[in-house]
Design a protein around this ligand. Structure first.
Ligand code: ADP
Ligand code: MG
Length: 690
């Protein structure tokens, strides 16, 4: 049944085609959108001031009868419309410049409310005040005499127009707004009815009422989101008849037995969780969070080997060529002795070599493929892909993740990230995933000592690097970050490299790596560094994530103020990956408060979770996650940080309801189901649910 709420906004009184276009810019297309176009703030205009009591400079609301009106001109020829208003206590002149049409709008003898600043110009007066005519029968005002909304504007739509139109829409359409929540839920949650909440959010009687309205609307929004996440998860579970995996895993067991170290307790726990997932009938869909250096790769390899043990193929996708190559080399080195065939597939692999690799992947003679997003290209077809690992998944888009999944028949999926976010936020952003956490570092790791220096102390930092090198410690020098221009960035790094080589470290061997090199060149630079043919690696941010060089002890970041918190934490994570004491030196001269705060945070905090929380605070959730990247839902009312308690509550309630009614079949839930499908149906690929 089509509701009037779906009518085009242009048919709302006072809108019309021209304004409908303007509303389009605000994403308001239907009557319902208009009702849900919430104020950004409010102004208290409840009290009328008697004209006799007005004071110069105050912002006031007055109510009175218009005694006389008239048009005149200033000396410079501007048209001025003037009037005198009388409220019984006194009289006040009001005037408007360049709005001669008001002569036909404001009527002598009628009562009006005027809102504006009181100025003195010979006498007290108001220039360009907002006005609204008092309607017959004491009908409610929209512009004054109450707490009034302040809406986000767009050019061509001012506050007065928005208030008038929305007030009109509220009066006309609010009775058609169906209550979303079944009575029992509403009673249990102790929230006000939806229509009342919508009216109140636009025109609250007082702060208390506003709070109640906000709570109701936030809960609706969160509840629907969590129901959608729950449905997505249910769907995947029920349809994902995965490839059956046996718990007998000889290769995996041998790999673990031959590791040169003991697994940490956390690694063992997570490996077990993954194995349990893989041996059930439904496809695993798990997020692994662990701070930089916590040892996620070993866990990933175990997952890949489990699928190989069962006769299927595994793939691991990384966001950069360098990292993909590193994974490939590790896997190759560790697994070739077990008789496994692995390959590296990146954009850099071309021609006959590429053809051969693609053929072997398709024939199934290759068991494990490491690669970049080159893995998700159309031409890549697997014989039977059983396990997918996505490393540093926050660097990929949602779409890329699901593309890879489509390469297999319900493969198991493990996504890994070192950008830890608070648990409850995980539940929002990755609400359909199961979560494992590596909350324990391999033993013997020392905290990376972090210093923040100005440019004048660079020479001391260089001297320190020389000392470290003399003891076998390698150094990264990250330089610099030139925003928006990889060409400039490469130029700067290259020049710096030459300078350092000639003038600063003449006795040491230096390497250079940057994004403009070919895959082979990058590879060589990384290999030389790994084999300690070079002791210092000058680099752009291409080494930001994942790179593992156990003998590196110094990370020197020049112009550190130009990096974001997550980047700095990742870069620092490139060192301190063995028992050697490691150092991170931030050379920076911050000019903004935010940049200063970032360096302070990195200097004083080493826990990735805490840093992420700070980051979230400095940047806000939108920028932190990148809405596009992670599929973070855009929320109109609620704030996933400030309103986190309500989010947790909504999640519990949603999951409880889904347990009782997994497909939301209850007719009392039909409105919720419709809203949910409208908002999240496509985004979560909910198909024909409902
Ligand atoms: P990340 O979680 O950042 O991806 P890695 O998987 O690259 O971390 O591991 C970091 C380093 O720690 C690697 O050199 C790896 O070999 C080593 N490592 C992993 N697990 C352990 C462990 N249990 N004991 C000692 N070293 C470990
Ligand atoms: Mg890693």
């Amino acid at each position: 049944m089509r509701s009037v709420l779906h009518n085009d906004v242009q048919y709302v009184k006072g809108v019309g085609p021209r304004r409908a276009t303007l509303f389009g810019r605000l994403d308001v297309r239907t009557v319902e959108d208009l009702l849900y176009y919430f104020p950004r703030d409010y102004q208290d205009r409840r009290h009328f001031t008697p004209i006799a009591a007005l004071e110069e400079g105050e912002f006031a609301v007055i109510k009175g009868e218009v005694l006389a009106t008239g048009l005149s001109k200033t000396k410079k020829g501007k048209k001025v419309f003037r009037l005198i208003v009388d409220d019984g206590s006194g009289r006040l002149p009001c005037l408007w410049f360049n709005q001669a049409y008001l002569d036909n709008v404001i009527k002598q003898g009628e009562e009006y409310v005027f809102t504006g600043k009181v100025q003195r110009y010979q006498t007290l007066q108001m220039a360009n005040p907002e006005f609204e005519r008092l309607k017959e029968g004491g009908e409610e005002l929209s512009q004054a005499g109450r707490i009034v909304p302040l809406y986000p504007l767009t050019e061509g739509l001012n506050q007065k127009a928005l208030r008038t139109i929305i007030k009109q829409a509220l009066d006309q359409y609010l009775p058609s707004v169906p209550e979303l929540l079944p009575d029992d839920l509403r009673a249990r949650w102790q929230v006000i009815p939806l229509d009342e909440a919508i009216r109140t959010i636009h025109y609250p009687a007082d702060r208390e009422a506003l709070k109640a309205a906000r709570k109701r609307l936030i809960l609706d929004e969160f509840f629907i989101l969590q129901l959608a996440l729950g449905l997505k998860r249910e769907r995947r579970a029920s349809q994902a008849e995965s490839l059956p995996h046996s718990p007998v895993t000889p290769l995996r067991d041998r790999y673990i037995a031959e590791l040169p170290f003991n697994l940490t307790g956390a690694q063992r726990r997570v490996i077990r969780e993954i194995k349990e997932d893989m041996t059930t009938a439904r496809a695993m869909n798990r997020l692994l969070q662990g701070d930089v250096g916590s040892g996620k790769t070993v866990v990933a390899v175990c997952a890949l080997l489990t699928t190989v043990d069962n006769g299927y193929q595994g793939a691991i996708m990384a966001p950069t060529e360098i990292l993909a190559a590193q994974h490939y080399e590790n896997i190759q080195r560790e697994l070739a002795p077990l008789g496994l065939k692995t390959v590296l597939l990146t954009g850099g692999v071309k021609g006959a070599e590429r053809k051969r690799i693609l053929r072997e992947i398709e024939e199934g003679t290759i068991q494990i493929v490491a690669g970049t997003h080159a893995l998700i290209q159309k031409k890549v077809a697997f014989k039977q892909l059983g396990m997918i690992v996505i490393d540093e998944q926050h660097k990929f888009g949602v779409r890329q993740r699901s593309e890879l999944r489509k390469k297999g028949f319900q493969p198991h999926v493990l996504v890994m990230t070192a950008t830890p976010i608070p648990r409850t936020l995980t539940l929002t952003v990755y609400g359909d995933l199961d979560v494992s956490i590596l909350d324990e570092m391999p033993p013997g790791r020392e905290k990376v000592k972090t210093y923040w220096i100005g440019p004048e102390r660079l020479n001391r930092a260089y001297a320190f690097i020389r000392e470290q090198a003399a003891q076998g410690g390698q150094a990264f020098i990250i330089y610099p970050l030139v925003e928006e221009s990889e060409v400039l960035e490469v130029k700067a790094a290259t020049e710096m490299f030459e300078h350092l080589k000639r003038r600063i470290f003449p006795g040491l061997s230096l390497g250079l790596v940057h994004g403009r090199m070919t895959a082979g060149e990058k590879q060589r630079a990384m290999d030389d560094f790994r084999r300690k043919k070079t002791m210092i690696l000058v680099s752009t941010v291409v080494v930001e994530i994942g790179i593992d060089m156990p003998d590196a002890t110094v990370m020197l970041i020049e112009n550190a103020e130009r990096f974001g918190l997550a980047q700095l934490h990742q870069l620092r994570g490139r060192v301190g990956r063995s028992r050697r004491q490691a150092y991170c030196i931030l050379q920076g001269n911050p000019r903004t408060e935010d940049a200063r705060r970032r360096l302070q945070v990195i200097k004083s905090i080493d826990d990735g979770f805490l840093i992420a929380r700070e980051d979230l605070e400095i940047r806000g959730p939108g920028e932190f996650f990148g809405t596009q990247q992670t599929g973070l839902p855009e929320l109109r009312m609620g704030n996933i940080i400030a309103d986190i308690r309500l989010m947790e509550f909504a999640r519990r309630q949603a999951f409880k309801l889904l347990e009782r009614d997994p497909a939301l079949k209850d007719p009392e839930l039909s409105t919720i189901r419709r809203r949910l499908m409208e908002r999240y149906g496509d985004r979560f690929e909910l198909g024909d649910v409902g």
